[in-house]
Write a protein that binds this ligand. Structure first.
Ligand code: SAM
Length: 247
């Protein structure tokens, strides 16, 4: 672990050690390993992960989704009419809701499409926030007026809440991307995993990209963060444009 990361990990965990009365990290990790309830692991994951996210982040990706990816899905999967999109590392839900609103916009006048999407994260804390769907008006300032009117309602003076019609189309679920086997039966047409891999080393990133490749339908798209790249990785995905790959 690099010095910078070590300092980050120490500063994030020190308050837990103090609160729980542990003398050092070795004792604390021993406690995490032996805790059968799983609570200690959840606590650890919640403290260590960086959950920073916002609505409409990296908007070029959403443009591509509208102009190229959704039309491809409409053409190729028009028989089953099932959108299979996975937002991996969804944090507090802003990205998943943005994707759902885009899908609702695009497929609105097209009959019979199932638009349910999957959104996962390792942290229960952010998943609970995502599920609740309450966001400050300030955080919604980049949202088009029209979307605010159609997809949100007032919650209180400072916050708005996502409408049930949007919420019901997102399944929020806890899932650790480090797991070897992805428990999803049907292949996804689109996977968003942005600003998550950045925290892992090269070998882990490559293994993860391989698993995404496996989980994609033929011709399916993987979106990663603009500060991330799969260059020099031979994982069976073709480069489309910055931070976008295709199977
Ligand atoms: C910086 S946020 C990115 C949120 C969103 N994708 C975006 O681009 O705005 C990173 C998220 O990845 C999640 N994460 C980190 N490690 C993970 C893992 N092993 N499995 C699943 N999610 C993980 C964190 O909990 C956090 O919510």
């Amino acid at each position: 672990m690099g010095e910078e990361k070590r300092t980050l990990v120490y500063s994030r965990l020190r308050p837990i050690l103090r609160d729980k009365g542990f003398n050092d990290f070795v004792d604390f990790m021993e406690y995490v390993r032996n805790d059968k309830s799983g609570d200690a692991r959840v606590l650890l994951a919640n403290r260590l992960t960086t959950n920073h996210t916002f609505f409409m982040r990296e908007p070029e990706h959403f443009e591509l989704l509208k102009s190229k990816v959704f039309p491809w899905i409409e053409r190729e999967f028009g028989g089953e009419r099932d959108l299979r999109l996975w937002c991996a590392g969804c944090s507090s839900g802003e990205e998943a809701y943005t994707l759902q609103m885009l899908a609702q916009d695009y497929f609105e006048n097209k009959q019979g499409w199932n638009l349910e999407i999957l959104a996962t994260d390792i942290s229960e804390k952010v998943l609970a926030q995502a599920y609740q769907g309450v966001y400050s008006k300030e955080s919604l300032s980049t949202m088009p007026e029209d979307w605010l009117r159609r997809y949100f309602r007032n919650y209180d003076a400072a916050n708005m809440i996502v409408n049930d019609a949007v919420k019901k189309n997102i399944t929020f679920r806890k899932y650790n991307l480090m797991e070897e086997n992805m428990p999803f039966k049907k292949p996804f047409q689109v996977i968003f995993c942005r600003n998550v891999m950045i925290y892992f080393d090269g070998a882990t990133r490559e293994a993860m990209a391989r698993r995404f490749q496996k989980a994609l339908a033929k011709g399916g798209y993987l979106f990663i963060g603009h500060s991330e790249s799969l260059s020099n990785m031979n994982v069976g995905l073709d480069y489309v444009r910055p931070a976008v790959y295709k199977k």
